[in-house]
Design a protein around this ligand. Structure first.
Ligand code: ADP
Length: 607
């Protein structure tokens, strides 16, 4: 574990500067005026405290020197006015600064959230399915707040740099070694902060998977389906124990680091105070020896104290900046995740395309096993095709390759005769409706959830109703209190459809898309047998120019397809119409079909 942490640290040494530049560019892009206002306020804020300290020292000297006989002396009144108005101006500037910062934060957060959603929507499915990306996503999601901190720190540090520079100039003009001494006394503090900040991030980085497992458990407790099983199966204790183990594993390292940091910081604080005490003592001797006047003494003491506090805050902010920077690198990495799938430029004509797999073989990235071995087949425009095979045969993978979520290892896929790698995917996707096995449950008003099939067009209510009827969900929707305006999802005080009803809504959405190629991955897996038959009758009524590719385990629903592709051991074992495949003696399809038929007959006859 420690070696792992060391390695992580060495790869991130220069990320701070890159991140600072990145954030400044980002702020500049979002609100140029913010940087200008912020810089002006920081500059004024840095100069005013020094002026105030000088005025205070002068005020005390003038009053105690007995130079004035009346409090209404013009010069005295002027110093008094400066003395009382400066704190007010400093205070007001702080309020203005906080206001500007708050205003900016709103824009900034909105911009970042939008950029992240935009990016996540753009990232390849292939990248999404990788474990590394999931770890990155978790780290980025959980640390998004740090981005705002980071931008705050960048502006805060700008102000501190100006303040410290002025203090250094003052001390250098008194005695050069004072600055060096104070700086050296405070250096351990900076080093400790930076070192432990890095360690904190490294623990996060190395333990991202532990955190992901923890998030997964938390998710089970907020999903109704999992929660019911947890309750009925009395799994609460099991998951509480696992959570405890995961969190202990994660937190133990953090706690032990914090302990070390505490002792080191205490020693560093002692060194700083000893240096300051020595300097005050030295200044006292200078006053007694009449080398400096009382106002200079007061002014210098106030500057030394303020220099120490400012430098301390600067170091702390720098260390926080460094720690945040390490986390922010993950967000930057997420935003700059490259696309693996390079989109082609050849546009597909707006008609039903032919689809061809030519010697196509596929294995998932990072694995050797071929999930699709030498696939060869052609689907004519308007053909109705079913893909069958046991679990894990490679049916969904075939669809993923066809949709170019992944690239094939060898061979090629041709859409309308165009190699898929040369195809402009947007023109292909605009012709496709895809209902995945894990269909989304959009929490929206019903008609919107269906019309999302053509989300870029205004809602066509008649078409919404027609598609709902074909998907067998129309009557159910009419039974809901607000019909097609009912909101989906109990969380939003709406209706809660059953799993099968959600699937019917997803199917209605796919139909609403009115696509030339309809791809359905087990579209009726959660739907009852009667409704399923009705849906397949509707699918059979689809126009002749609509290609349907459907994965199904229900053989009574696939037998009417023009072609059935049977996958076994990652190869196309058989291909043909129901009649042709049933004609293959002891063929895979025949066996699977008969097994299912027998099981139905056994159930209905009660044998
Ligand atoms: P089917 O749809 O026929 O049930 P899949 O196409 O989903 O099967 O899976 C085929 C094989 O590919 C399985 O062995 C599965 O474990 C593997 N597989 C699926 N998805 C991935 C993935 N993202 N990474 C690695 N292997 C995968």
């Amino acid at each position: 574990m420690n070696n792992e942490i060391e390695n992580k640290e060495s790869t991130t040494k220069f990320s701070l500067i890159k991140n600072i530049i990145w954030i400044i560019k980002l702020i500049w892009k979002i609100r140029k005026s913010y940087i200008l206002i912020e810089l002006t306020i920081s500059l004024i804020n840095a100069i005013l405290p020094v002026t105030l300290a000088w005025c205070s020292a002068l005020f005390i000297k003038k009053i105690t020197a007995g130079e004035y006989h009346s409090v209404f002396d013009q010069e005295l009144l002027l110093i008094f006015l400066a003395y009382i108005s400066l704190p007010f101006i400093i205070g007001s500037l702080k309020v203005i600064y906080a206001y500007v910062l708050n205003q900016f934060s709103v824009f900034f957060e909105q911009y970042i959230e939008l950029s992240l959603i935009d990016k996540k929507g753009e990232i390849d499915i292939q990248t999404h399915e990788s474990q590394e990306f999931h770890n990155l996503l978790l780290k980025a999601n959980e640390n998004i707040g740090r981005l705002m901190h980071f931008s705050d720190f960048v502006s805060y540090i700008t102000g501190k740099v100006i303040q410290i520079s002025i203090a250094v100039f003052i001390m250098l003009s008194y005695k050069w070694w004072v600055t060096i001494m104070l700086f050296l006394a405070m250096l351990p503090h900076l080093l400790i902060e930076i070192r432990f900040g890095q360690l904190k991030w490294s623990i996060w980085d190395c333990k991202a998977e532990t955190k992901r497992k923890f998030s997964e458990i938390k998710r089970h407790f907020s999903i109704l389906g999992s929660l019911t099983e947890i309750k009925v199966g009395n799994l609460k204790t099991y998951f509480t124990k696992s959570t405890d183990e995961l969190l202990t594993e994660f937190n133990e390292e953090i706690r032990s680091n914090e302990k070390k940091r505490f002792w080191l910081k205490l020693s560093a604080a002692c060194t700083e105070h000893a240096a300051e005490a020595f300097l005050v003592f030295y200044l006292m001797s200078d006053v007694i020896d009449k080398n400096i006047e009382i106002n200079i003494f007061i002014f210098l003491i106030s500057r030394i104290v303020s220099f120490r506090i400012d430098l301390n805050e600067f170091f702390r902010s720098l260390s926080n900046l460094n720690t945040d920077s390490l986390f922010i690198s993950d967000i930057r990495k997420l935003i700059s995740t490259p696309k693996v799938i390079r989109n082609g430029s050849r546009k597909l004509k707006p008609h039903t395309p032919t689809i061809e797999f030519r010697n196509a073989s596929f294995s998932y990235p990072g694995t050797e096993t071929s999930v699709l071995k030498d696939f060869n087949f052609e689907i004519e425009a308007g053909e109705k095709v079913a893909v069958v095979g046991i679990n894990g045969a490679g049916k969904t993978t075939l669809i993923k390759a066809l949709m170019r979520f992944y690239d094939c290892k060898s061979g090629e896929i041709l859409i309308d005769g165009i190699p898929i790698k040369e195809l402009d995917l947007a023109t292909f996707y605009s012709q496709v409706a895809y209902l995945a096995q894990e269909f989304p449950r959009f929490r929206l008003p019903v008609k919107q959830a269906i019309a999302l099939g053509r989300g870029d067009e205004p809602i066509d209510e008649a078409r919404v109703v027609d598609c709902a009827k074909r998907a067998g969900i129309h009557e159910t929707i009419l039974g809901w209190k607000s019909g097609y305006d009912s909101y989906l999802g109990k969380e939003f005080n709406g209706v809660e459809p059953s799993v099968g009803q959600w699937q019917k809504l997803a199917l209605a959405r796919a139909l609403y898309r009115n696509a030339k190629v309809l791809i359905l991955d087990e579209p009726t897996s959660s739907i009852d047998a009667v409704a399923e038959m009705a849906i397949f009758e509707e699918l059979n009524k689809l126009p002749n120019d609509v290609t349907v590719i459907m994965i199904s385990h229900r053989f009574n629903t696939v037998k009417d397809c023009d072609t059935i592709i049977v996958i076994e051991n990652n190869q196309i074992k058989e291909m043909g119409s129901h009649g042709e495949l049933m004609g293959i003696e002891s063929g895979t399809y025949q066996n699977l079909f008969n097994t299912q038929k027998d099981s139905y007959e056994t159930q209905t006859t009660g044998e």
